[in-house]
Design a protein around this ligand. Structure first.
Ligand code: MG
Length: 177
């Protein structure tokens, strides 16, 4: 079985670090999410902080153990990320160094994916895990099983989990282990 995994806010707690720098950037507390910046400010923000965010964000709790477990039990892990749309080579270098330093085992990583269902189809992904509803909608529309990694108290039409222990339990329930 092949498990497809998103990086930011699924495997990695990107939002917390990004929002820390957002406070530094706008110096006021009214805006809570950098995605809500104007297009111009958003680009300015990423130019200034993107690599810091990629280097400093932490892996989510129990993710390393769960991925190790999946690897040991014969699952293939494919990371599918939107990273790399901006300065591909630098993002690739930072990301791969980061994953290796954090003992994340994976079989393949695919960058610069906005419409992730394409990579899911190509890699014959059996289950795809992501935090974005519209990304999962597209994947599910192409007949691939989806799992939503909840970041806040959201609702979702997909099966959902709150943490990596639940990811592990979900996969064991589906396919054993
Ligand atoms: Mg994400």
């Amino acid at each position: 079985m092949t498990i497809g995994i998103d990086l930011d806010d699924t495997l990695i707690d990107t939002k917390e670090t990004a929002n820390k720098y957002l406070k530094e950037f706008i110096k006021d507390e009214s805006l809570k999410d950098y995605h809500n910046l104007s297009k111009k400010e958003y680009n300015k923000f990423l130019n200034k902080y993107l690599y810091k965010i990629q280097k400093e964000s932490t892996i989510k709790d129990k993710a390393i153990e769960t991925i190790k477990y999946l690897n040991a039990n014969g699952f293939r892990i494919v990371i599918i990320t939107a990273r790399g749309s901006l300065n591909y080579l630098k993002s690739k270098h930072i990301t791969e160094k980061y994953l290796s330093q954090n003992n994340i085992i994976y079989d393949k990583i695919i960058y610069n994916q906005n419409h992730k269902y394409k990579a899911c189809q190509k890699e014959k992904v059996d289950l795809f895990i992501d935090d974005k509803e519209w990304v999962l909608d597209e994947v599910k529309d192409h007949g691939i099983k989806t799992l939503k990694f909840l970041v806040d108290n959201e609702t979702s039409k997909h099966d959902k989990v709150k943490n990596w222990q639940e990811v592990k339990d979900y996969i064991i329930k589906l396919w054993g282990g």
